[in-house]
Design a protein around this ligand. Structure first.
Ligand SMILES: *Cc1c(COP(=O)(O)O)cnc(C)c1O
Length: 458
């Protein structure tokens, strides 16, 4: 597959440190074989996350200089609200400092009693955590195709509609919200179709249950709909986004993804209501006054610009093209991955690539370690290492798949960087059976992947 050339040129560069294999061996030892504990300066190509790691444009940086730092009613706030209203078509747009801040404001208002249920096409971890913290029960309900890594399907992020009906019939008014995560991050950045958004919204209205769109990758999802869904080939991504959001009542958004800022988030409500007033009462103590929401005026300005840049058709073609290019190189080498690739990452099927390792030696983590040793590439495990122990039995839990995620920051790396990644994976593949598994030597009670210490198994 051809690489789609960048629709921009480079004006400022950030030098990268080149390390030797010996230096990387020492750095990993010092980090207790946990990539979160590596010094970023010792990383050559950083594919740990696409969150807040994008490169801002000249217009965003110009916006930084225009930022209005008035405590209330700043110019930059109004510019952001204008952009948000224009793109999403919602009456209430609220800046917050990042996606999880939006979740913290909204979910305790939707969940009023312990044990009430929220159903998602798949929860992102912080969203799941905020449902839990509010006393709710989070149920994942992705379509069956989303669970099958090897068989291509256009919209693996979709909600399972039949199962949704079933859950609503079974639990009745204990279901207090439905979440559509676009794109569906946890199943590999897989898109949700317009048809699925429309159908789920129709069902939600019948049952009078609000739909919350978890909108971090609204633009990448719009691009997939344009590419893959009948009737949208000639529609502008911005108009596709507007229709997507018409099938929701609220949204929470991490602007660190498709809005290409280093920090920021949004809450949206389709109509002004009493619930919106209650949201405002929570925003002020948690995030600050309504017109800055935990951000500087300059951040609001950069977000207002980024919300549009994320939807630019040429940018999106290049952006998704990077994933597809990397996927095609891996396919040529016979390296297994979640197929088709997602909008923000390529998920290597480490369970199959390192088939000699049992799941409890964390193949996804083992591959991430090996990629770092091989070429200074940082990635992360999305598999059994990421799964915490069962809180009741303390047993290790097996993930449904053992992935190593290569998340691609926006507008940061070039074709040559992606070639380095593909070739490093090929070298690891050639000596796959020599790659060691890992054991944990120390772990915290929860969210162990961030701080655990590990060692290779000799
Ligand atoms: C990143 C992300 C969040 C959380 O946003 P933060 O800005 O990291 O707090 C929520 N949902 C999805 C789908 C995400 O990708």
């Amino acid at each position: 597959m051809k690489y789609i050339a960048e629709p921009f040129k480079i004006k400022m560069v950030e030098p990268l440190e080149m390390t030797t294999r010996e230096e990387r061996v020492a750095a990993l030892q010092k980090a207790h074989y946990n990539a979160f504990q590596l010094e970023a300066s010792k990383v050559y190509i950083d594919l740990q996350t696409d969150s807040g790691t994008g490169a801002m444009s000249q217009n965003q940086w110009a916006g930084i200089m225009l930022g209005d730092e008035a405590y209330s009613g700043g110019r930059s706030y109004y510019k952001l609200i204008e952009a948000g209203t224009d793109i999403f078509g919602y009456e209430y747009i609220q800046p917050v400092h990042q996606g999880r801040a939006a979740e913290k404001v909204i979910f305790p208002l939707l969940i009023q009693e312990k044990g009430q249920i929220v159903i998602a096409n798949t929860f992102f971890d912080t969203t799941r955590a905020h449902v839990g913290l509010a006393g709710g029960r989070a149920i994942d309900n992705v379509c069956p195709e989303g669970k099958d890594t090897a068989t291509p399907f256009d919209f693996k992020g979709n909600m399972d509609v039949a199962e949704l009906q079933h859950l609503l019939d079974e639990h009745g008014d204990r279901v207090v919200a439905i979440v559509q995560t676009i794109t569906n991050n946890s199943v590999g950045g897989q898109p949700v179709s317009m048809a699925n958004l429309r159908e789920v919204y129709a069902i939600s209205q019948e049952h009078k249950v609000p739909v919350v769109i978890d909108a971090a990758r609204y633009a990448e999802n719009a691009h997939f709909i344009k590419q893959r869904e009948k009737g949208y080939a000639d529609v502008d991504p911005k108009d596709i986004a507007r229709e997507m959001f018409s099938y929701g009542d609220y949204f929470t958004m991490s602007a660190k993804k498709d809005a290409i800022v280093n920090m920021g988030g949004l809450i949206g409500a389709k109509v002004q209501s009493e619930l919106v007033n209650r949201m405002k009462s929570r925003v002020i103590p948690y995030e600050g006054y309504l017109t800055y929401g935990g951000l500087s005026g300059r951040d609001l300005e950069a977000m207002a610009v980024g919300l549009y840049e994320g939807l630019d058709e040429n940018y999106l073609t290049y952006r998704i093209g990077q994933m597809e290019y990397l996927g095609s190189r891996l396919e040529a080498y016979g390296i297994p991955f979640q197929n088709p690739v997602g909008g923000h990452a390529v998920f290597i099927d480490a369970g199959r690539l390192l088939a000699h390792l049992p799941w409890y030696q964390y193949p996804g983590h083992a591959l991430a370690m090996e990629l770092y040793l091989e070429a200074g590439i940082r990635s992360c495990d999305i598999g059994s290492f990421l799964m915490d122990r069962d809180p009741f039995t303390g047993e290790e839990q097996q993930a449904t798949a053992e992935f190593t995620r290569l998340a691609i920051p926006r507008r940061v790396y070039t074709q040559a960087h992606l070639d380095v990644v593909a070739e490093a994976l090929k070298s690891v593949q050639e000596r796959a059976e020599q790659v060691p598994g890992y054991r944990i030597t120390w772990e915290p009670e929860v969210l162990r992947h961030f701080t655990s210490q590990l060692e290779p198994i000799a």
